[in-house]
Design a protein around this ligand. Structure first.
Ligand code: AMP
Ligand code: TRP
Length: 349
């Protein structure tokens, strides 16, 4: 949006991503985000993962449930393979730099940019006068999450692409307006066969934890029978699977199931079609259900175990927040200096 000068500073590669603890996590969160967060730990790049509780309250959250969902999300990260020693794992509200830098970015982002955000339009629907101001400002807080760490890469599902692009615009406008090369222009990482897992009831809509129909999604806490039933009842068409991936083009429900199978099995959709092409859903759905149960059951068992010890989860999130704060606070301080704020308190923060 801004035609800023090309970046001269080389930023250390650093990965940041976040998930809202606003409900139980789904297979979409697992394949689009958690599974990939765990894989990113093996690439020799620092990884920072955040439960974005401040984002969650942009829509009403019952306080006790929010706490419970935050524990559940922390457990889901760890059960999916995010190691709190190798990655920084914490909840957003424990590191004040997010909210503070978010305010600065509210003063950088333009209303015209915010008005283009499709997630806001989807979430607000017809009630644009009734939703919170926070829901509207949400993407600028997300930019603060990312840029408070000078993160260079953000693994997300397809639905977050526009927000990462806004983050780039905010970084460039800040750099341009203040004549600095301070914030990196972050890259979204949208990779794999399941960057957009669709509803099991409607292959044209995203699988979401907020869908009123529980049959539309697989929850990470679903037991084996529930998973099998949901896949058995998943919407499909009467045709057998095609012989090539091109044949899936106009068959969103079938394509979704093939993509889910591919992502769970670490195959490409073409490899799945090579195996199942020509077969009917009577054969494919049970195979998919078995695979999903085999992959998800150990995760849900480990989540249960972790959630039984919230004191340990508190310790992990507290330790993560200390490590996150040690990175973010000096970056926030420099941002305040650039903007022209006096920082004269003697007590070191
Ligand atoms: P959210 O649940 O909206 O906080 O999303 C957390 C992460 O999961 C983001 O990276 C999303 O892009 C990803 N995600 C959520 N739903 C899906 C989905 N249906 N398919 C793929 N990725 C998803
Ligand atoms: N907006 C993201 C979502 O709903 C969650 C999120 C908040 C996030 N801050 C982030 C994702 C920073 C990546 C980086 O999915």
């Amino acid at each position: 949006m801004t035609d800023a000068a090309p970046q001269k500073t080389t930023f250390k590669p650093r990965i940041f991503s976040g998930i809202q603890p606003s409900g139980g996590l789904t297979l979409g969160n697992y394949l689009g985000a958690l599974k990939r967060f765990a894989e990113k730990q093996n690439e020799g790049i620092e990884t920072i993962y955040c439960l974005v509780d401040l984002h969650a309250i942009t829509v009403w959250q019952d306080p006790d449930r929010l706490r419970q969902q935050t524990y559940e999300a922390a457990a889901a990260f760890i059960a999916s393979g995010v190691d709190p020693r190798r990655s920084i794992l914490f909840n957003q509200s424990q590191v004040s730099a997010h909210a503070e830098l978010g305010w600065i970015f509210n003063c950088v982002a333009r209303l015209g940019w915010m008005n283009r955000m499709t997630q806001f339009k989807d979430k607000a629907g017809k009630h644009t006068e009734q939703v919170s101001l926070g829901l509207y400002a949400y993407p600028s807080l997300m930019a603060a999450d990312i840029l408070a760490y000078h993160a260079t890469m953000v693994p997300v599902g397809e639905d977050q692409k526009q927000h990462v692009e806004l983050t780039r615009d905010i970084a460039q406008k800040f750099n341009h307006d203040y004549g600095v090369d301070f914030f990196p222009v972050t890259e979204p990482l949208i990779e794999g066969a399941a960057t957009r897992v669709m509803s099991l009831r409607d292959g044209t809509r995203k699988m979401s934890k907020s869908d009123p129909s529980d049959a539309s999604r697989i929850n990470l806490t679903d037991d084996a029978d529930t998973i099998a039933t949901k896949f058995r009842k998943a919407k499909t068409d009467p045709e057998p699977l095609p012989d090539s991936v091109e044949g899936l083009q106009d068959r969103p429900d079938a394509r979704n199931l093939v993509n889910i199978y591919a992502a769970l099995a670490d195959l490409t959709p073409a490899e799945v079609i090579a195996q199942y092409g020509g077969q009917g859903f009577g054969a494919f759905k049970p195979a998919l259900a078995d695979l999903a149960v085999a992959k998800l059951e150990p995760i849900s068992a480990e989540m249960k175990r972790l959630m039984a010890d919230t004191a340990e989860l508190d310790r992990i999130l507290g330790d993560g927040a200390d490590r996150a704060d040690a990175i973010a606070q000096p970056i926030l301080d420099r941002a305040y200096d650039i903007v022209g704020m006096i920082r004269s308190r003697a007590r070191a923060r």
